[in-house]
Design a protein around this ligand. Structure first.
Ligand code: C2O
Ligand code: CU
Length: 466
């Protein structure tokens, strides 16, 4: 007998026992190529706040928060069979990936919800771009993500980028009561009409962390993922000079972040090169002071007693190769403008006529529950577009477009220093930004604020590419 590769439970469906396998190596090969990784969506218990404290009932991919870190190589094909064991429907959206529209995981737009209590759906698509991405539900997202459903999806470059360690920090924000239970106030009008559901507990990879262990002399590639409903992070690495090498998965000219603070709105990612320049035994804080009246210590970088022997800290920087994205033709690009309005202290839709809708896009008050998907914009496939995003509200909005990456070009009319590709752009209150893209992926794609309570209560629309 030769050893049988692990087909998981799929094997039963494809092959009747090992005799067929022994007789037909070709069949075995075909079955292996078709084998899907499985990912369950279910209720689980997690130790978010640490030993000695109550555990928290969460919803997790494979029962974990965050879900398993999925790693692929650029150019590989992802194939995942999702099994929904929740008591409600769900979908999986692969945030930031350029994939076929039918795989985008938007309920009532690209697929039917995966049914509660045992529904299944196979997601399958190629991965053209390297970088840091993530996955999360797109149905009742504020509650489903707020209860724990999110995970990192890393697409590695064909040649590994030279670092000592490559890791991700999934930043999640929870609203917990005194017994460490997630509070159920997901439909709070107060949250929806203000900054969204900002919680009281921040976890890094699913737990409150006191420390993160490092070694003197090592170079880390730290992939930060903001998987929080509404919280914006502004991280400072005391005593260190991290350099940003990618944003939303796509390479950017390596640079120190403005004011030494890495700002990430919900949905956004940053890849940092962190040279561990501290001394053995040292402790340095990582702080978050985005909300200046509520600063806190995220964790301590704690240096071990030993130096990293083959540490790369201080070595010259290698460059990440760009992803194969079409460059928009800025001279011939057609112009569009999208205006975001509403919210407290703004022109809110009347609550008498538009219950639960606090935000508008181009004046439209539409609630997520109504699944109204008439396109806001229709773009010609292959065309270049220059789109101005105008925030006429007093609030921050991380605006996210599915299925594409766009160039961020200007803010408030000023060219930004390093134009870069992204899938989410954080608009400051009363500000605007210009983005440009080639509409090269056909289908109906969501454009929405990634503050999930804003998305549900009006700040969501469809961009059609035909
Ligand atoms: Cu990360 Cu439409 O979402
Ligand atoms: Cu918003």
């Amino acid at each position: 007998m030769f050893s049988i590769p692990d087909f998981g439970d799929r094997r039963r469906g494809f092959l009747k026992g090992s005799i067929a396998l022994a007789l037909s190596p070709w069949l075995a090969h075909a079955a292996q190529a078709a084998a899907a990784r499985r990912l369950s969506v279910r209720v689980a218990q997690a130790s978010l706040v640490g030993a000695g404290n109550p555990r928290t009932e969460v919803w997790g991919y494979d029962g974990a928060v965050p879900g398993p870190e999925l790693r692929y190589r650029q150019g590989e094909r992802l194939r995942i069979e999702v099994e929904n064991l929740l008591a409600v429907g769900t979908t999986v959206h692969w945030h930031g990936l350029r994939l076929p529209n039918a795989m985008d995981g938007v309920p009532h737009l690209t697929q039917a919800p995966i049914a509660a209590r045992g529904g299944r759906f196979v997601y399958e698509f190629d991965l053209p771009d390297a970088g840091t991405y993530w996955y999360h539900p797109h149905l009742g997202t504020a509650e489903q993500l707020g209860r724990g459903l999110s995970g990192a999806l890393i697409v590695e470059e064909p040649t590994p980028f030279p670092v000592d360690r490559d890791l991700s920090w999934v930043l999640s924000d929870w609203r917990l009561d005194r017994a460490a239970r997630i509070t159920a106030d997901f439909e709070s009008p107060m949250d929806a009409s203000h900054a969204g559901r900002i919680g009281n507990t921040v976890t890094v990879n699913g737990a409150i962390r006191e420390t993160f262990e490092v070694r003197a002399g090592e170079r880390l590639r730290l992939r930060l993922i903001n998987a929080s409903n509404a919280r914006i992070y502004g991280l400072r690495f005391e005593g260190h000079a991290p350099r940003v090498i990618a944003l939303d998965g796509h390479p950017v000219e390596a640079h120190g972040p403005a004011n030494n603070q890495v700002i990430l709105g919900p949905g956004m990612r940053a890849d940092l090169l962190l040279d561990c320049s501290g001394a053995p035994g040292a402790i340095h804080r990582v702080l978050d002071d985005f909300y200046s009246r509520r600063p806190y210590r995220l964790l301590d970088l704690r240096y071990g007693a030993e130096r990293a022997t083959s540490g790369r800290a201080g070595a010259p920087l290698a460059e990440l190769a760009p992803n194969p994205l079409a460059q928009p033709d800025l001279v011939r690009a057609e112009r569009r403008r999208i205006v975001f309005g509403g919210g407290m202290m703004g022109a809110m839709p009347s609550q008498r006529e538009h219950r639960g809708v606090y935000w508008t896009i181009d004046g439209n008050p539409v609630h997520e529950r109504d699944h109204l998907h008439a396109p806001l914009l229709t773009l010609a496939r292959g065309g270049s577009y220059l789109i101005e995003l105008v925030n006429q509200t007093s609030w921050h909005h991380p605006i996210h477009l599915h299925g594409h990456a766009f160039l961020v070009l200007t803010r408030d009319g000023q060219p930004i220093m390093r134009p870069h590709f992204a899938d989410t752009v954080l608009l400051e209150p009363d500000s605007r930004a210009q983005i440009a893209l080639v509409a090269d992926n056909p289908g109906d794609w969501m454009l929405h604020c990634h503050v999930l309570e804003h998305q549900a209560s009006g700040m969501s629309a469809v961009v059609r590419v035909v």
